[in-house]
Design a protein around this ligand. Structure first.
Ligand code: IPE
Ligand code: IPE
Ligand code: MG
Length: 234
């Protein structure tokens, strides 16, 4: 089965560059090519939501020069990819603590979101200045302020309206969640690959989807129950 929602922790840009004797930023630039390739492949594969972890709340602690370059790259990509969004009917969204982003970047984000809001193909969600704990904390405050309606906590998360990820991919060999979608990944399938993000393109993405298709998701039930349910729905 094709996952409805794939989330990716795009890691390993710095090491990819270092392997080539280049500055870390070179890896970040090459990584934007992978973003385009993966977004286009997600469209081709019929995925509805592609979530990309681009910059975490913790990444603000990196050297100032790298943070500045990453923010510059973000703005540049958003402007340059407008044609990709139009060509592929992509709806673009940014999720995260946007109060920490510059006014200029926020304006570019708003423009790109408004300009693609009517697109009905893939929804591309870029997580910027995001952390799972930040999200849960801000949701808890809003939920409490609304009178703590039972069973509706997820409606207050920054990802409200977006289904939970079916598959989470992390590149570069690290096997951790690094404060990404903590609440939302309760039943997500994890896929880890040693490939650095700048080398993760269509074929690597397809391999992850093949692996996902071979998994049996049980959501707490027994394997026999799931087999029965699948037979019943045939
Ligand atoms: C991922 O690559 C991009 C961001 C976190 C912004 P890294 O920059 O973390 O690359 P490595 O992990 O140092 O190789
Ligand atoms: C996770 O990568 C965040 C993003 C990909 C945006 P990091 O490189 O920041 O993660 P750690 O520090 O290795 O856990
Ligand atoms: Mg990293």
């Amino acid at each position: 089965m094709t996952p409805k929602h794939v989330a990716i922790i795009m890691d390993g840009n710095g090491r990819w560059a270092k392997q080539r004797g280049k500055e870390r930023i070179f890896g970040h630039y090459e990584g934007t090519e992978s973003v385009r390739a993966c977004a286009e492949y997600a469209v081709e594969a019929g995925i509805d939501y592609l979530s990309l972890f681009a910059f975490s709340e913790e990444n603000w602690a990196r050297p100032e020069a790298e943070v500045t370059e990453l923010m510059h790259l973000m703005a540049k990509s958003i402007l340059e990819e407008k044609t990709t969004f139009e060509k592929n009917n992509i709806r673009f969204m940014v999720v995260g603590n946007r109060s920490r982003l510059s006014a200029d970047l926020n304006r570019d984000i708003d423009e790109a979101m408004a300009g693609t809001s009517a697109n009905t193909g893939l929804t591309l969600v870029v997580f910027l200045s995001y952390s799972g704990r930040w999200d849960i904390e801000q949701a808890a405050a809003a939920w409490a302020a609304a009178g703590a309606p039972q069973g509706r906590f997820q409606d207050f998360l920054a990802t409200a309206g977006i289904p939970d990820p079916d598959l989470l991919i992390r590149t570069s060999g690290e096997q951790r969640i690094s404060n990404f979608l903590l609440w939302q990944c309760a039943y997500t399938e994890f896929y880890f690959t040693d490939t650095f993000w700048p080398d993760f393109r269509k074929n690597q993405f397809r391999q992850a989807l093949d692996e996902f298709a071979s998994r049996q998701r049980r959501f707490g039930k027994t394997g026999d129950q799931i087999t029965q349910e699948n037979n019943d729905s045939k």
